[in-house]
Each structure stands twice: as C-alpha cells, then as structure tokens.
Design a protein around this ligand. Structure first.
Ligand code: BG6
Length: 476
C-alpha cells in the first residue's frame, strides 16, 4: 500500500532506546553483585569482550539519563541483573542492588521517561549454574520466580512495562554462541527441554506481574529476522515456512496461544525428542496471557529449498566486522539460508532492510493482534571520533530514518505499535564484537584494548533522532 502522506505516529507513542545490564553497566563486582555466566564468557570466549567496565553506566546513570532527557526520550528499555538482586543461592535480596535500580528508575521517572524493564537478558548468575544446574534443571523455575517477584514488588509501583526473557528463540537457536548449551550432552534434543523450562519461567513471570503490579503489562522479546523465500519456486516457499517455524513462530505461537503448535509437536515426534512436559505445565502456561509483543529486529533472511542429501553447514557469524565472513547455514531436508541481492549489508554482513521492519510488524499483527513495541533495531559500525571532535555517523542516521519510516508505514497499514527503542542509547558491548561494533547514539570514549576516560560524546545521530522524536516522527 502506498500513502499520500508521510506516516503519522500516535500522540502517546513512546520514543527511546535500549540496553542490557551486562553490556552497559560494568561494576561487575560492586554493590554486592556476584558473577554471571556471561562475565566468564566475556573473559575467555573471543570475540566476546570483558564486561568488567563496559560503558560504566552503573557509575554514570545520572549523566546518561540526563542525556536521554535532553534527547527527548519518553521511554528507556533496560534489563536488571539477576545477580545484583539475588547474589546467592540463599535467595536473600541485595539491598544495594535494589538501591541502584531504584535510583535509575527514579531518575527516569523524574525526567518523564517510562522505564521498560527486561528481567532476563542472557546474564544467568553463576550460582544458578553451579548450585542449581542452570537451564537444564527445573529448580531454576522457582529461583527465577523468586527473583522476578522481588523485582515486581520493589519496582512495580513505577514500572508499568515488563519483559520476561530476551530472545528466548535466539538462545535456543544459537545455544553454543550464548552459552545456554552448558552441560548438555545432546544439544539438538536437550535444547527443547531447556526451551520448555524457559517457557515455564516466562509463564510464571507473566502470572506474577499481573498479580503484583497494579496495571502492569508484560510481554516476551523474540529476536525477529523476517524470512523471505529466495524465489517463487514452491519449494522455496516451504523452506521459508520451515525457517520461520524453527527460528521464531514456534516461540511466538506459544506466547500468544499458550500451547505448542502442531508443527513443533510433529517435529519432536519425527525426531524422537522429549521436551519433558510434566503434568500441570501446560495449565500453568495457559494462564500466562501476555499483554504485548516486544520485537528485536535488525535484519532479514532469505531461505531456499535444501535437499535431504545436502551437507549440514553450521551458521557462522561474522566475528571481525570484515565483510564476507558470515556463513549461511544448511539444514538438509528442512531449509538453507542465503544472501539477498536486493539489499545492502553492514560490515558484519547483516542485511540492511528497512522494509523487513514493516513486514515483521504486519506479520506479527496479522497473526496475534497484540500491541507491539520495537525493543531493538540499530546499526553496528566501527565509529570513531573525527578531527573536529564529533562522530559523524551518517550511515546510522540513514539506517534509523529508513527503519522508523517503515515502522510508521506499518502503523499506517493498521498495526498497533506503541514504542520504538533502538539499540542502543550509549555505545555498549556488542555480543559479537565488544566496543569494536558500536550501536549508540552517544559515543563512549573507551576501547576493548584500553579503558579510556569513558567520556560521553553525542553523535550526529543523537541530534537527528532528537529532532525526529521531538516532532513525534514528522521531522525525518
Ligand atoms: C540482540 C541482543 O540480539 O542483538 C543484544 O538482544 C545484542 O544483546 C544485539 O547486543 C546486537 O547484536 P551484536 O552481536 O551486534 O551485539
């Protein structure tokens, strides 16, 4: 559909940005926080980079919130570090952790910025792994329930919007990358057990939010990579549907319909997989009615037919930011992914595809009819400070302009979208490339090799985004 005007955003649309605790906070051993599994990964698993300091948001939160206010934010999506709130197996609440998030939330509220809180963004406490057995053991369900209830009780008077787990689908699809496969002996089978345990954690969080937070709303945050068939060859369309099911739809159907869909039940049967669903589990999941979908979307994919006699090829992320390093996977008899000749890519071979944003919003709206917010979307780049002391990130401005325009087009198409929170406000650690792959509207003066003065410098994209959001999406 073409329209005669530029898109119009609703009056109460929330504009902000996004972050995650382990990627932005630093201060990993301060304020009573105990280590998280991701801290250990970041020290030894290249190209993860050490998160001991990151953007040092823990010590700079006031300055960061002041910059958000200057930019004109009405929302900020961040995550809480589980091991700051519950540092040990005894379940005792860490007052210093509560204080830090209270201070951050109060600062946001004082500046009319809606806090949007994610309860889990990849940072499992080491004690959960060592004492309880991590994601493989159902004991995590009660431990997570205890932690989320503390968060709802402590912060629910000021936080209306909550997220359960960040990118559960990506954690299962790329378990090795994010360390979720720790302790597994047969990942292809074990991952569905872990996924079921994650679903129970999600369900309990949804139920507890509605119980403890007056007017509270909660949703999941799938990582979304819209998938096009390579051609109109019917086999390619089926391959694209397979890819869609096995990377996103299985999860989204569960969240929205609160039952496993027919595709995955048949897949488990055919592959002799037992996800260990116990009596009472599905009744619990059935009670967990989400209020909205949050969506992380950076790029798109193309799928094509993959004959059963093809060789399996594992997906390999581009880990150094030199174009051409990304390896598309092949799953014999199911689907394979391939490049898209119609779109540009960034230095990490991620497709730059603004229309995928509109496609995704239309797709999710058509399937689930729930309000949506964008919780991640952004342009990772090798930014540097120019001789004039500024950061001229024109490519990021172009990326954001085109993406936001397509969010607007989806709204024009009739989708209910309530917020746009790109990744990220300040530079922070990329999962793949630390500070070498920067996403922020605000530059942090530090590198992976050497900790510098951590000065905050507004990039050109900060000024552009500020003008856009102060005009409620009119001043492109
Ligand atoms: C999202 C994650 O999938 O992608 C973030 O939720 C992550 O944690 C972001 O940082 C961008 O990916 P990367 O690898 O470039 O940091």
């Amino acid at each position: 559909m073409y329209y005669k005007t530029n898109p119009v955003f609703p009056d109460n649309f929330m504009w902000g940005a996004s972050s995650a605790a382990w990627q932005v906070e630093g201060a990993v051993s301060e304020g009573g926080r105990t280590p998280a599994i991701i801290d250990l990964n970041s020290k030894k698993k290249k190209p993860f980079t050490d998160n001991t300091i990151a953007a040092d948001h823990y010590h700079h939160y006031k300055e960061d919130v002041a910059l958000m206010a200057e930019c004109g934010f009405s929302s900020y999506r961040f995550s809480i570090s589980w091991s700051r709130i519950i540092p040990n197996e005894d379940g005792k609440v860490n007052a210093e952790g509560i204080l830090f998030y209270n201070n951050l939330i109060n600062e946001l509220v004082a500046n009319n910025i809606n806090p949007i809180v994610t309860l889990y963004h990849y940072d499992m406490p080491v004690w959960v792994d060592e004492k309880l057995g991590g994601w493989l053991n159902r004991d995590i369900i009660d431990a997570f329930d205890h932690y989320t209830r503390v968060c709802f009780s402590e912060f629910g008077d000021r936080v209306q919007y909550w997220h359960s787990l960040n990118e559960q689908n990506m954690q299962i699809c790329y378990g090795e990358w994010l360390g979720v496969d720790k302790g597994c002996t047969d990942w292809e089978k074990d991952k569905w057990k872990i996924n079921h345990i994650m679903n129970l954690c999600h369900a309990k969080a949804v139920i507890a939010c509605h119980e403890l937070v007056k007017g509270g709303k909660i949703g999941p945050v799938p990582g979304y990579v819209p998938i096009y068939p390579e051609s109109c060859k019917p086999e390619d369309q089926i391959a694209a549907m397979n890819a869609e099911e096995l990377t996103e739809k299985v999860w989204n159907d569960l969240y929205a319909h609160r039952e496993y869909n027919g595709f995955i039940k048949k897949f488990w049967k055919d592959h002799n997989i037992d996800p260990d669903i116990r009596p009472g589990d599905m009744e619990l999941i059935k009670q967990a009615k989400i209020d909205f979908f949050s969506l992380n979307c950076y790029r798109s994919n193309v799928a094509k037919d993959c004959k059963p006699n093809e060789n399996f090829t594992e997906l390999q992320l581009n880990k150094d930011g030199v174009k051409g390093g990304f390896i598309y996977p092949k799953y014999p008899g199911i689907y394979q992914l391939t490049s898209n000749p119609y779109v540009e890519t960034n230095d990490w071979d991620w497709e730059i595809d603004p229309i995928a944003m509109r496609y995704m919003l239309r797709y999710v709206w058509d399937h689930y009819q729930l309000p949506m917010m964008i919780t991640e979307n952004g342009f990772g780049a090798h930014d540097s400070v120019a001789e004039d002391g500024h950061i001229h990130d024109e490519e990021r401005i172009n990326f954001l302009r085109d993406q936001i325009y397509q969010v607007g087009m989806a709204i024009m198409d009739g989708c209910e979208v309530i917020a746009y929170n790109p990744w990220s406000f300040t530079d922070l650690l990329s999962t793949g490339n630390g500070m070498a792959k920067r996403y922020g509207l605000v530059y942090i003066n530090t590198t992976d090799e050497e900790v510098l003065d951590l000065k905050r410098i507004k990039k050109d994209s900060f000024d552009w985004y500020s003008k856009l959001i102060k005009s409620n999406g009119q001043n492109f």
